[in-house]
Design a protein around this ligand. Structure first.
Ligand code: HDE
Length: 713
């Protein structure tokens, strides 16, 4: 196993650009020490300012140009440094070194994002999440620019500007921000049957994750692996979070957007600061070249996934994020991903969506980062020094020595020279291509409903309910009845109950759905409503339901301890130690931010007050034991806050633990009105109540109890 210092190399490279202001004098950009940073140079103390004040001019000019254009899509995001470790060699399939040498560690930077909202929008928008990884390999940078959903809305890149224009705020009034719940998005979708599979995913709770750390990552497209013998295999990339895949309820998402719009950004930052490093298993689905036509869909169609029942995901590596950026702008904002950043052993497929992306990413960086030299920005720099004959351009950093900037040359001894494939030179996978020059879609891309059905049928009942309610929410914001009708007609091809339930709630006549020839409303363009009665070859896939990813772990769950003066220190400390020993994070909530004095005189410092936070920001609650504490929490001033906290956590099916002598709170809340045993409610009566609570937290939410708890989501 090679001793790998690439991570150190990347750190050193970044360190060269870091500054530390401690014990340093203030200077201009030229290094001149500044003696007065309070006053402009003026003619007389009250007098007009002088144009010659180069210190003022430099400072203001720089400030005036601080902002750069935000990303046209994926503007809102957060990132972190980490490491990718290969646990099992893929050398059989690929010659990529970072995927061949067992134990090899490769430094990475990962950026998560939402798509539609602008840089200042809420983290909890219903949206697909970007999951973009830059691997700083010793063969050059490799970028895997994926999403948390394994399929996409469209099949061909030429439709991307249309899709994005439709989902972005409408051009006349710039409403709504970071939301697909509006006319233009659903108008487009209703006319694009190929989007139906993605619509199932994006209306599911996958689009409102609990945390970036609890999302899957997918390369989406089919890529190619090429091994040393030149043999090609198709490959799909997967990242599976060690913590399981979890989401919040839509009702929570909308409330978190107000209470803490940076919820995901903060969660990622704090987890890493606390040493709880987010981790994913990395896996691949491999399809031999000769099996290309074995599926009932086209491997090149990005609206399709390969069911894990048909090709299992082989887990071969670990992705770990272990270091927050030092500077958001320099790193997270300036990082520039590009699906065309490849290393030998990995190549593109002919997926027409991927092919279009290969043009877009460099092109967009030219206007976003402003110069063709964006690869020289520290976060984008390859660990290996770049040698080529590209020269000049705005903001050039590299100082290329010598006379030669062309090839072939004799003056420079022929350098830099081309590498043979055996020496690591990249060569595209050779493929025989023939056919007429044609602007057309392959017939093999025409089935738009089978996998939408597969996804829907694979969901648990609560997941189906959430999906249905999300569509109802979104379509209820659509003002044009014909658009709602067309969407319902599309849904009818996927699941008749789903379509009927949505129709009922969004004012579409259900009778229209039972018209001959499926459900085509009179005004619909028949071309856009191709029916497919085809059943998916896999009927149900466990991997598609989040319900099946629950791990028996409470690691990194945030537990709110609600307490006031007189709280029982022994109980609190015992539970806190047990929770923290299992990796959970305990945060104290009191009526105010003043320290809480416990029954033994010890003090607890609250992180939040009942007014500054809400139950939606926590995974579970502990109402700390102690009669006096409970009385204070129920006094006239605090009762509304306390009861609201408990009731809301209850509605959202979270675990709630009532400590000793908190019966009054239990009774005063909705929780107390239930007569039967409730797996999410624990009372400090039994012997193993701490353990029961921990078990309940590990379940994330008991979504099955949602209806009886009147959760609106
Ligand atoms: Fe992107 N996409 N995209 N995309 N995409 C961008 O590049 C584009 C697509 C994805 O954190 C842009 O640097 C086209 C699929 C992520 O910086 C832009 C098409 C997938 C990110 C662009 C797609 C993605 C981007 C905007 C259809 C999942 C954020 C800023 C042909 C596999 C990366 C930028 C980051 C960003 C173009 C479709 C993922 C405009 C033309 C499919 C995660 O170049």
């Amino acid at each position: 196993m090679e001793n790998n210092n690439l991570s150190d190399d990347k750190m050193e490279q970044l360190d060269l650009f870091k500054t530390d202001n401690s014990e340093q004098a203030l200077t201009t950009n030229q290094g001149l020490k500044i003696s007065n940073n309070q006053d402009t140079l003026k003619s007389g103390e009250r007098g007009p300012s002088l144009l010659e004040d180069f210190i003022l001019r430099e400072k203001i000019t720089h400030f005036d140009h601080e902002r750069i254009p935000e990303r046209i899509v994926h503007a809102r995001g957060s990132g972190a440094h980490g490491v990718f470790t290969l646990n099992k060699s893929l050398a059989k399939y690929t010659k990529a070194k970072f995927l061949s040498e067992e134990g090899k560690e490769t430094p990475v930077f990962v950026r998560f994002s939402t798509v539609a909202g602008s840089a200042g929008s809420t983290d909890l928008a219903r949206d697909v999440r970007g999951f973009a990884i830059k691997f700083y390999t010793d063969e050059g940078n490799y970028d895997l620019v994926g999403n948390n959903i394994p399929v996409f809305f469209i099949q061909d890149a030429i439709k991307f500007p249309d899709l994005i224009h439709a989902v972005k705020p409408e051009p006349d009034n710039q409403i709504p921000q970071a939301a697909s719940a509006h006319d233009t998005f659903w108008d487009f979708i209703s006319l694009m049957p190929e989007s139906m599979h993605m619509i199932m995913w994006i209306m599911s709770d996958r689009a409102i994750p609990r945390s970036y750390r609890m999302m899957e990552g997918f390369g989406v497209h089919t890529f190619k692996f090429i091994n040393d013998e030149g043999k090609m295999h198709f490959v799909k990339f997967h990242f599976k979070p060690k913590l399981g895949v979890h989401s919040v309820a839509w009702d929570e998402a909308t409330k978190i957007s107000g209470k803490d719009p940076d919820f995901h950004r903060r969660d990622l930052w704090e987890a890493i600061e606390n040493g709880i490093f987010p981790e994913w298993d990395f896996g691949v689905q491999i399809v031999p070249e000769e099996d290309e036509d074995r599926f009932d869909f086209d491997l090149l169609d990005p609206t399709k996934l390969i069911p894990e029942e048909e090709v299992p995901v082989e887990i071969v590596g670990t992705l770990t994020l272990n270091r927050n950026p030092d500077n958001f702008f320099a790193e997270t904002e300036q990082i520039a991903f590009h699906p065309g950043n490849l290393v030998p052993g990995i190549d593109f497929s002919n997926d027409p969506l991927l092919q279009g992306r290969l043009f877009s990413y460099t092109d967009t960086q030219l206007s976003r980062l402003g110069s063709p030299n964006f690869h020289e920005i520290p976060i984008n720099k390859s660990v290996k020094t770049v040698h080529n004959n590209q020269r000049d351009g705005q903001m050039r950093q590299q100082i290329a020595k010598g006379k030669v900037s062309y090839e072939p040359n004799s003056i420079g001894g022929g350098c830099p020279f081309q590498s043979m494939m055996k020496d690591g030179g990249f060569a595209s996978h050779q493929e025989r291509v023939e056919g007429p020059k044609i602007r057309a879609r392959s017939q093999s891309f025409v089935d738009h409903y089978s996998q939408a059905k597969l996804f829907y049928n694979s969901q648990s009942d609560p997941e189906k309910r959430h999906l249905q309610n999300a569509i109802i929410f979104e379509l209820s914001k659509v003002t044009i009845p014909a658009i709602r009708e067309r969407v319902v007609a599309q849904l009818n091809f996927i699941n008749k109950d789903l379509a009927a339930n949505v129709a009922k709630k969004v004012g579409v006549e259900v009778t229209k759905l039972s018209q001959p020839n499926g459900s085509i409303p009179a005004d619909a363009d028949p071309k856009s409503l191709q029916s497919s009665e085809k059943e998916p070859s896999t009927q149900k896939s466990d991997a598609l339901s989040m319900q099946n990813t629950i791990k028996d772990s409470i690691e990194s769950r945030v537990i709110g301890f609600i307490m006031e003066d007189g709280v029982k220190a022994a109980e609190v400390d015992a539970l806190k130690s047990k929770l923290e020993a299992s990796g959970a994070i305990v945060q104290i909530i009191a009526a105010s931010l003043s320290p809480v004095t416990a029954d033994d005189g010890s003090k607890y410092t609250p992180k939040h007050s009942l007014t500054s936070t809400a139950s939606v920001c926590f995974d579970a609650l502990y109402i700390a034991g102690g009669k006096k504490s409970a009385e204070i929490l129920l006094n006239i001033e605090n009762k509304p806050g306390t009861i609201h906290f408990v009731n809301e956590a209850y509605k959202h099916c979270k675990a709630i633990y009532f400590g000793n002598e908190t019966d009054e709170i239990y009774k005063a809340s909705n929780v107390g009105s239930k007569s039967h045993d409730d797996p999410a409610i624990v009372r400090a009566e039994g012997e193993n109540s701490d353990e029961s609570f921990i078990k309940a937290v590990a379940n994330h939410r008991i979504w099955e109890l949602e209806l009886e708890r009147n959760n609106p989501a």
